[in-house]
Design a protein around this ligand. Structure first.
Ligand SMILES: NC(=O)c1ccc[n+]([C@@H]2O[C@H](COP(=O)([O-])OP(=O)(O)OC[C@H]3O[C@@H](n4cnc5c(N)ncnc54)[C@H](OP(=O)(O)O)[C@@H]3O)[C@@H](O)[C@H]2O)c1
Length: 227
């Protein structure tokens, strides 16, 4: 059975990925930050498995990988992320500890999650690592500055997606970074694209990825985006 593991399924894009993949008949491992999200995930019809994990907890990540050992994972979607509120001053920097919290969750954790689940992905049919990035992490697309913690964390995530595409070549594992668009979801009212459309677009991009494509950065509508 084609299996997908998604981080950050409590809300928004992660939850919608879980819902759509379950509806499409995939086995879904839905990873949530909060134990309280169990009931919500249980409401999704299909072969859905609920797990609680703070992706920045390396030991807990390793323990979950061990629990799921021998279970091939076709598509691992590193979706969980956080944001830092603006701080004071011209650059509006958050406190440096808050900056590093964002770097840890958004940039470092997806690398450690991907490493922990390397064997599961390598043992699967599709062998695909997905990183939910953002155009805010694109250096080429940066025309406005600001949001230092979030931007820097997502630029670092892009680097991880690219480097892992080389380091995992021998294992047949491909990587892709995706920009979901400016998405309206239950936690983010200001976006323009309905979360259902963003996620169905990204699923379409994932399905249509060239067998040779790895280390690429694409929009939810399939367009490419500068690193
Ligand atoms: N929405 C947009 O327009 C947009 C645009 C560009 C990129 N993105 C990217 O798309 C992804 C999803 O965004 P979203 O809009 O759906 O945001 P969201 O609603 O805030 O969802 C993020 C999810 O990650 C979870 N999470 C946060 N820290 C975590 C941790 N340490 N361990 C495990 N889970 C954790 C959150 O749980 P809690 O809510 O319980 O904290 C939440 O379920 C993110 O990578 C984001 O950067 C979004």
């Amino acid at each position: 059975m084609t299996t997908v593991l998604i981080t950050g399924c409590d809300y928004g894009i992660g939850y919608e990925f879980a819902r759509q993949y379950a509806e499409a008949g995939y086995r879904v491992h839905a990873i949530c930050l909060e134990a309280a999200s169990r009931e919500k995930i249980a409401g999704i019809a299909g072969d859905v498995h609920f797990h609680v994990l703070d992706v920045s907890d390396q030991n807990a990540t390793g323990a979950l990988a061990e629990t799921l050992k021998d279970q091939p994972i076709d598509i691992l979607i590193n979706n969980a992320a956080t944001f830092a509120p603006d701080g004071p001053g011209t650059l509006k920097l958050p406190d440096i500890d808050e900056f590093m919290r964002v770097m840890k969750i958004n940039a470092a954790a997806p690398i450690y999650v991907s490493a922990a689940f390397e064997e599961h992905v390598a043992a699967s049919e599709k062998k695909l690592l997905v990183f939910i990035g953002t155009h805010s992490g694109s250096i080429g697309d940066n025309t406005s500055g600001g949001h230092y913690a979030y931007r820097c964390s997502k630029t670092a995530l892009n680097m991880a997606a690219k480097s892992l595409s080389y380091d995992f070549t021998g294992r047949g594992i491909r990587t892709v970074a995706l920009h979901p668009g400016s998405v309206a979801s239950e936690t983010r009212k200001g976006g323009q694209i309905p979360v259902q459309d963003s996620v169905s677009g990204m699923r379409h991009v994932i399905d249509g990825l060239d067998r040779e494509a790895s280390g690429v950065f694409l929009r939810y509508d399939g367009g490419s985006i500068e690193w």
